[in-house]
Design a protein around this ligand. Structure first.
Ligand SMILES: Cc1cc2nc3c(=O)[nH]c(=O)nc-3n(C[C@H](O)[C@H](O)[C@H](O)COP(=O)(O)O)c2cc1C
Length: 392
C-alpha cells in the first residue's frame, strides 16, 4: 500500500519532531517516496539536514524561495503528494489551518492540498483541551481533515494526559486507508454498535450477545473511505482505527444521548447496535443481597427506540439504516420495522450471527430486498456500505 506512494510530511515545531525522523525512515523502508516541509519552529528542534539525509530529498522550509518559486514550488509540492501528513501538528498549526492562514510554506501547502490530510497532533494537555483548540479541531474534522492522537501518557513537560504524538507504526496504519480513493470525503457518518448494559445494581446487568464486530468494521471501512466517522460503541465493541471518533457508552439511555448529540449534519446514521428494549425501573446502588425466596419479580421500563427518535429529529440524517436481529420471517419483520422506525433501509440479520465472526441477512428497502449470504463481518461491512452508497 505504501510502496511508490508520495508522502509529504509537514513537520511542526513540537518536541515530538525527533520521532518523525524514525517515521520517515520506516516509510522509506516500505518503499514510499518521502518529502519534508519544516516550519521555522521545527528547525529549532532538529535541523533539515536530518531529514535530507534520511529521505535523499531536499527539505523545504521557505515559502519565499526564488529557485523553487520560479516553478510555483508550493503548488507543485501539494500536487505531488498522495497524502499530507503533518507531524507533529502543533496547536499553532491547528489554529492556522482552521482559519485559512497561509503565512509560511506548510500553512500555504495545507490550503492548496487536495490530497487527504492526516494531522498527528501532539501538545501539552491543557493546550489540547483548551476551548480554542477543540473548536479548531472540530472545524477541521467537519472539513474532512483526519486526526490521530494525541495519545494519553507521560508528556515531555512532565504532565500526564492526552498529548503524545501517535507512534510511527500507528501513523503508518492510519495513513494506509487514506491512500485509497476517498469516496466518502466531506460526509459525516454516525454508527452505533455493540450491546448495551442496563444496571440492576452496581454488579448485575441486563445485556445481550451482540459483539459490536460488524459496527466496528463498518466504522473502520467508512473512515478509510474518507468520511468523518463517529462511532457510539457499547461495551466490548472491538477497537477501531484512530480515524474513527469514538464514544464508549454503557446503557441504552447513554447511547441515545450520544447519538442525539452527534446526529446533526450527518449524511448517514447506521444503527447496528443491539440496544436493550428495557431497563430496570429501580436500579439499586451497591450489591443487592440474595433474597431467601424461590421467585422474585423485578419491574422494567421500556427504553426509547433510538432509530425512531433520531428519525424524528428536525435535523434528521439524510439516510437511516437500521439493523434487526430476527430468528424467523426476517423480511416481513424488516418491512414492519422500516415503517415503524421511519428508516430508509433495514438489514435483517439472523440471530445466529450474533457475537460470531460471520453473518448473513436481508437488505430491505421500500423498493428492494436482497439476500446477502453468510460472510465474514469485515466483508459484510464493505458490502453494506456499497448498498448504502447505492441508495442515492
Ligand atoms: C521546548 C518546546 C516544546 C514545544 N512543544 C510543543 C508541542 O509539543 N506542541 C505544540 O503545539 N507546541 C509546542 N511548543 C510551542 C511551539 O513550538 C510554538 O507554538 C511554535 O510557534 C509552533 O510553530 P509551528 O506551529 O509553526 O511549528 C513547544 C515550544 C518549546 C519551546
Amino acid at each position: 500500500m505504501l510502496s511508490g506512494k508520495h508522502i509529504l510530511i509537514g513537520i511542526g515545531g513540537g518536541i515530538a519532531v525527533y520521532r518523525v525522523a524514525e517515521l520517515a525512515r520506516l516509510l522509506i523502508k516500505q518503499g514510499a517516496i518521502v518529502r519534508c516541509v519544516m516550519t521555522s519552529a521545527a528547525c529549532e528542534f532538529v535541523t533539515p539536514m536530518t531529514f535530507e539525509a534520511l529521505t535523499g530529498e531536499t527539505v523545504h522550509t521557505e515559502l519565499f524561495n526564488l529557485t523553487a518559486e520560479r516553478q510555483m514550488g508550493h503548488i507543485q509540492l501539494a500536487r505531488w503528494a498522495d497524502i499530507l501528513l503533518v507531524a507533529p501538528t502543533t496547536a499553532n498549526l491547528i489554529a492556522k489551518f482552521s482559519h485559512g492562514i497561509c503565512d509560511n510554506l506548510l500553512t500555504t501547502l495545507f490550503q492548496v492540498c487536495e490530497a487527504p490530510v492526516l494531522l498527528a497532533s501532539a501538545m501539552n494537555v491543557s493546550m489540547w483541551e483548551s476551548t480554542t483548540t477543540q473548536r479548531n479541531v472540530k472545524a477541521l474534522k467537519a472539513q474532512g481533515i483526519h486526526f490521530t492522537g494525541p495519545e494519553p501518557g507521560q508528556l515531555a513537560c512532565g504532565e500526564e494526559g492526552p498529548g503524545r504524538m501517535s507512534e510511527p507504526e500507528t501513523l503508518m496504519e492510519a495513513m494506509r486507508p487514506l491512500l485509497q480513493p476517498q469516496r466518502l470525503s466531506g460526509q459525516r457518518w454516525l454508527i452505533n454498535a455493540g450491546p448495551t448494559w442496563e444496571s440492576w445494581d452496581d454488579v448485575r446487568i441486563l445485556t445481550n450477545r451482540a459483539s459490536g464486530k460488524l459496527g466496528a468494521s463498518m466504522a473502520d471501512a467508512v473512515a478509510a473511505l474518507g468520511a468523518e466517522t463517529i462511532l457510539v460503541a457499547g461495551p466490548g465493541t472491538p477497537p477501531t482505527s484512530t480515524l474513527v471518533q469514538r464514544h464508549n457508552i454503557g446503557s441504552a439511555q447513554e447511547m441515545l444521548t450520544a447519538c442525539e448529540q452527534e446526529a446533526g449534519s450527518t449524511a448517514v446514521f447506521v444503527a447496528t447496535a443491539a440496544v436493550s428494549d428495557y431497563r430496570f425501573s429501580e436500579p439499586e446502588e451497591g450489591k443487592l443481597k440474595r433474597k431467601d425466596k424461590a421467585r422474585i419479580t423485578v419491574t422494567l421500563d421500556a427504553n426509547e427506540d433510538i432509530v425512531a427518535h433520531i428519525a424524528g429529529l428536525p435535523n434528521r440524517p439524510r439516510k437511516i439504516i437500521a439493523f434487526a436481529a430476527e430468528h424467523s420471517n426476517h423480511i416481513e419483520h424488516a418491512r414492519n420495522k422500516l415503517r415503524a422506525k421511519s428508516a430508509d433501509a433495514i438489514f435483517a440479520n439472523d440471530i445466529s450471527g450474533m457475537g460470531e465472526n460471520d453473518a448473513a441477512g436481508w437488505w430491505v428497502t421500500p423498493k428492494q430486498e436482497e439476500q446477502l449470504s453468510r460472510m465474514p463481518k469485515q466483508q459484510l461491512a464493505v458490502r453494506l456500505i456499497e448498498q448504502i452508497m447505492g441508495m442515492d
